[in-house]
Design a binder for this molecule. Structure first.
Ligand code: GLU
Length: 486
């Protein structure tokens, strides 16, 4: 059997971070078996559509450099096309394909026409709730005769089609959770064709997964309660049921469900906060799935090899932002200078083509977790903001001594050969040699030097600052500091 996985988002907004986790699992499974990964747009609920959501979703795929084999694609002119032999891949374009299945269910007596109005259903539910029963359709229309149904349809009465849930039990083996069974008495006679003629989600999903030859249905655990309806539909239609795997929820640190109210949930918001696509993919793919106890950073290709559905944890996975920050830092440290410039540029208005800023980036990334933190850190390399001269004085020193040290170190640095400024190590050696041979205290020299170069109480080391700024700018800043303190 060829492995074919799919993600089937409804175009109601941005890609949720939990959806990305399912996308990655779909992707790994398809790639490790030489199968295909399909994107299908589930827009049968026309009332919930959000304009631009499909484009936004596909854009997120692009930003994450995630390839899929079939589904809608964004064309260069911004419009939508598609790729693959099993299309169309948008459900509203497939309505004609669902109809024969709905008809078969009706003909076989596995579904029935229901004329109950919204008002009646609301009253029925209220009465059931009052009687502490689970709200479910009471089957008033289940026994209507074919003649009555026809007469009411001919008279133009609005109706839906409901599946007739049989007695008994429904079971399936979830690839993450093992065997799950439901008592059919707890399953509602689900609407499969709505009054506007659209197939409902349940019918469309079953027919599409079948026609698109989907072998594995991976989705969030909130869909577990839908699964009995879908496996019953597969049985009624005599079609092979896919393998189901319900992926656990992603939780806030307080173990509540990750929701918009408590923080960010969209992949886009994490990208905007300055996490690298590769970090997000590594982080989310190993949330609740950790193939090696002593490893956190994985190449995508490595995860393709190692992924194993049966090793995905059944428990909800906590979104640990500290770990995400740590991981992003690891990824930032791995980038080449050119790559670093390219990823930081959109997060600052500074022109990063200057050599000073490129060097500054290499230094500052040591202390940065997210791309958004760079802009602030870089500005002092372009020009120093005005600062309180008191800051130049080390806590164990005096103003007079600080001025003396600044004057002396300025002379020492001006005499160094230009080549020394090309290496942090050489700069450090030269300054240490000066401090030691003159019997000076590190703090007395290094503190005012560092503040004079950065204007900041906290910054990179003086040796790094010297390397980034170069000899000329260094001497200018030291002179300014001497004036300020003098
Ligand atoms: N259309 C559903 C959603 O919006 C997909 C459910 C499924 O994967 O079966 O998430």
């Amino acid at each position: 059997m060829v492995t074919r996985t799919r993600i089937a988002p409804s175009p109601t907004g941005f890609m949720h971070i939990g959806t990305l986790r399912t996308v990655m699992f779909d992707y790994f499974l398809a790639r490790q078996t030489g199968g295909q990964f399909v994107v299908r747009i589930e827009d049968t609920d026309q009332a919930r559509l959000v304009a631009g959501a499909v484009e936004g979703l596909l854009n997120t795929f692009k930003k994450l450099d995630l390839d899929y084999d079939e589904g809608p694609v964004l064309l260069t002119d911004g419009t939508l096309g598609e790729k693959g032999d099993f299309g169309p891949y948008t459900q509203s374009q497939r309505l004609h394909l669902y109809k024969p299945y709905a008809d078969k269910l009706l003909t076989d007596g596995n579904a029935y026409v229901c004329f109950c109005t919204t008002e009646r259903l609301t009253e029925m539910r209220a009465a059931q709730m009052a009687a502490k029963q689970n709200p479910r359709y009471d089957r008033r229309c289940a026994a209507l005769s074919p003649d009555e149904v026809k007469a009411r349809q001919d008279a133009g009465e609005r109706y839906v089609v409901r599946m007739r849930i049989p007695e008994g039990e429904s079971r399936f083996v979830d690839a993450i959770r093992g065997e799950i069974s439901f008592n059919n008495a707890d399953v509602d006679d689900q609407v499969i064709v709505k009054s506007d003629g659209f197939a409902s989600y349940h019918l469309a999903v079953v027919v599409d997964d079948y026609l698109m030859k989907i072998s594995h249905v991976l989705r969030g655990e909130e869909w577990i309660s839908s699964t009995p309806k879908q496996i019953i539909l597969c049985e009624m239609l005599d079609i092979q049921m896919p393998i189901y795997a319900h992926v656990p929820l992603i939780l806030n640190p307080d173990k509540t469900k990750l929701s918009k109210r408590k923080g960010d949930v969209s992949v886009e918001s994490y990208l905007a906060k300055g996490y690298l696509p590769a970090t997000l993919i590594n982080f989310i793919s190993t949330l609740g799935f950790n193939p090696k106890a002593d490893q956190e950073i994985y190449e995508r290709a490595e995860l393709v090899k190692l992924f194993d559905l049966s090793k995905v944890s059944r428990a909800g996975a906590v979104m640990n932002i500290e770990k995400l920050d740590w991981m992003n830092h690891q990824y930032l440290m791995q980038l080449s200078q050119g790559e670093l410039v390219a990823v930081v540029q959109p997060f600052t208005t500074l022109d990063l083509s200057s050599l000073t800023l490129q060097k500054a980036l290499m230094i500052e990334r040591e202390r940065v977790s997210r791309l958004t933190e760079f802009a602030d850190k870089l500005s002092s390399y372009v020009s120093i903001a005005s600062y309180n001269p008191e800051v130049l004085v080390w806590k164990k020193s005096t103003k007079e001594d600080s001025l003396l040290q600044l004057t002396n170190i300025s002379n020492v640095l001006s005499l160094l050969e230009d080549a020394v400024f090309d290496s942090v190590t050489l700069l450090e050696a030269a300054i240490k040699e000066y401090i030691n041979s003159n019997g000076l205290q590190n703090g007395n020299v290094l503190w005012p030097l560092r503040v004079a170069l950065s204007g900041l109480e906290k910054s990179a080391s003086p040796y790094e600052l010297l390397w980034v700024l170069g000899k000329d700018e260094t001497l200018v800043r030291l002179q300014q500091a001497q004036k300020l303190i003098g």
